[in-house]
Design a protein around this ligand. Structure first.
Ligand code: NGO
Length: 522
């Protein structure tokens, strides 16, 4: 005879043990709240099960137009690379019972770029009011899938996603990075890679610094020598280069397909040696200087009291405005150390008029606040809070790019082989732990349209160099721009970042493996 206790023991061994073993062996994450996402979404709830994408999965769209076609094709191409699956894309009138459903619906999250991602065992439903919301949601789905989804070849893997619901939308409307293609020129392909990398973290602006002392990088048909001569070199004396207007349109289009706006900058009246060297008439002396391949700043200026200068500015901005679907033209305005303030102010005022006459809004580095700003103009904080306060009193809005926190060319520490350290060393935690609305008590949340991390390229020559300085800090800037402040904590961010190591490797991103992070590598 068995005692009750012994019977119970036997029962446990026979029935429960295999269940325990089985569930321990189950590899997939099933708790959506435990998945590491950057930027962290506004709200995540889990339902504890798993959805699997298979070769049979169909991608459905709620309506057929250029944008839903673009977004669904983007998703299907992305998923195809590592899964090898050939997805069928189908338009449906009503919600399907299974598959991946991309739905543009007015009832979805009432915020620009917002989206809702609901995953059940049967369906992945991504809904948004606007196509950009769908695109941002796809970036989240990317991070819910196993890291191998980032591989460049077909992987043997179960493509599972934890079930639950995410409701998400950005904190700031302007979330971007700047790439300096003047100090060193970067090819159209490099710029596209840059766009893909920032798109993965839901950034929506790429500011291109297209002209500086060392090189003019955008074809201007009415002033052809700008590129023919002024585009010929770069820092260190390399070949330089420039984008034809066709190349540039291709970049703008590529970015637009990822819901990223390109903001072109022509820096003036300083930082203009390449232009001054291309056209003697832009110099007060009437003589063209040599091309410049060093890294000093603040020695050049357009001749602010010659009429031809304004003809030049009008022609350049006019051509650029035609190439720019977005509302902004950036006119630089920084470090014009050899332009007396009494010349600088009327110059910026007049350039602002020119920008407005081409139906664009002016953005300028913080010094432009010395001029009389139009209420539509935007100032970019990089150096002097006093300039920003002066701009705010004129009703301008601010983009936050404080050099000591947000410059991607600042070194991580004294051992970093690239970059500079004039503003600070910015370790990964330093770059992450700040709040745009708390840096200065006079610059308030309501004044700020967003955050931008600029990458100046005096010391960077290759895309690998760019990636090393961008990553991982760029992910932190993306999160500062997107995620609500209450969810931004270094301790939890650090763990989420650590979990990105395998993805970054598969994305072939050459990142800085900071010792502040316990990277989770296979
Ligand atoms: C400054 C300067 C740039 C440099 C950069 C290097 C601004 C707005 N103007 O930032 O010309 O490249 O620092 O960190």
């Amino acid at each position: 005879m068995y005692s009750v206790a012994e019977k119970l023991k036997q029962y446990l061994i026979i029935f429960l043990f295999p269940i325990l073993i089985f569930s321990c062996a189950k590899p997939e994450p099933t708790d959506l709240t435990k998945v590491s996402m950057i930027p962290v979404p506004v709200s995540v709830s889990a339902t504890g099960s798993t959805h699997t994408i298979t070769n049979e999965t169909v991608i459905y769209i709620s309506e057929s137009n250029d944008e839903t076609k673009n977004v669904s094709a983007y998703l299907s191409n992305f998923l195809h690379t590592a899964t090898g699956f050939d997805f069928i894309i189908e338009v449906v009138d009503t919600e399907p019972a299974a598959g991946i459903y991309l739905a543009l619906i007015p009832e979805s999250v009432d915020k620009a770029e917002g989206y809702e991602l609901e995953v059940t065992e049967d369906i992945i439903k991504l809904s948004a009011r606007q196509p950009e919301g769908l695109f941002r949601g796809i970036q989240t789905l990317r991070q819910l899938l196993p890291a191998k989804i980032e591989a460049q070849s077909v992987q043997d893997q179960q493509w599972t996603v934890a079930t639950g619901k995410i409701v998400d939308y950005p904190e700031y409307e302007y979330r971007g990075s700047m790439l300096d293609v003047s100090r060193h020129f970067f090819s159209k392909e490099d710029v596209k890679r840059y766009i893909d990398l920032i798109a993965a973290y839901k950034m929506n602006r790429l500011h291109l610094h297209l002209a500086d002392d060392q090189g003019w990088r955008i074809e201007i048909k009415s002033w052809p020598n700008l590129t023919a001569h002024g585009g010929k070199t770069e820092v260190g004396g390399g070949d330089g280069g420039f984008y034809t207007q066709e190349d540039y349109k291709e970049i703008v289009q590529y970015a637009a397909e990822r819901y990223i706006m390109i903001i072109p900058e022509i820096d003036m009246p300083g930082h203009t040696n390449a232009a001054l060297s291309s056209y003697p008439e832009l110099n007060c002396s009437g003589e063209a200087p040599e091309l410049y391949t060093g890294t000093e700043v603040g020695f050049s200026t357009l001749c602010t009291d010659k009429e031809i200068t304004y003809q030049f500015v009008d022609d350049v901005i006019g051509e650029l405005a035609v190439l720019t679907p977005g509302p902004y033209i950036h006119i630089g305005g920084d470090e014009s150390h050899v332009t007396p303030m009494e010349d600088y102010i009327p110059f910026i005022n007049r350039v602002q008029e020119i920008v407005l006459s081409h139906n664009k809004r002016m953005i300028g580095w913080d010094e432009v606040a010395n001029a009389e700003l139009d209420s539509s103009s935007i100032i970019q904080y990089w150096s002097e809070a006093d300039n920003i306060i002066m701009g705010l009193s004129q009703g301008a809005k601010v983009i936050m790019s404080p050099a000591y926190k947000a410059y991607l060319d600042m070194q991580y520490d004294s051992a970093t082989r690239l970059g500079q350290n004039w503003a600070a060393y910015i370790e990964v935690d330093e770059g992450y732990q700040w709040d745009p609305a708390e840096l200065n008590e006079q610059i308030k949340r309501a004044n700020i349209i967003g955050v931008e991390a600029p990458l100046w390229t005096e010391t960077m020559e290759t895309i690998d160099d760019l990636e090393y300085m961008m990553f991982p800090r760029i992910m932190g800037y993306a999160e500062i721009g997107w995620s609500p402040k209450v969810l931004r904590k270094w301790d939890t961010y650090k763990a989420r970042l650590a979990a990105q190591a395998e993805r970054l490797k598969l994305m072939q991103v050459d990142y800085y493996a900071s010792k502040k992070v316990q990277w989770v590598t296979e």
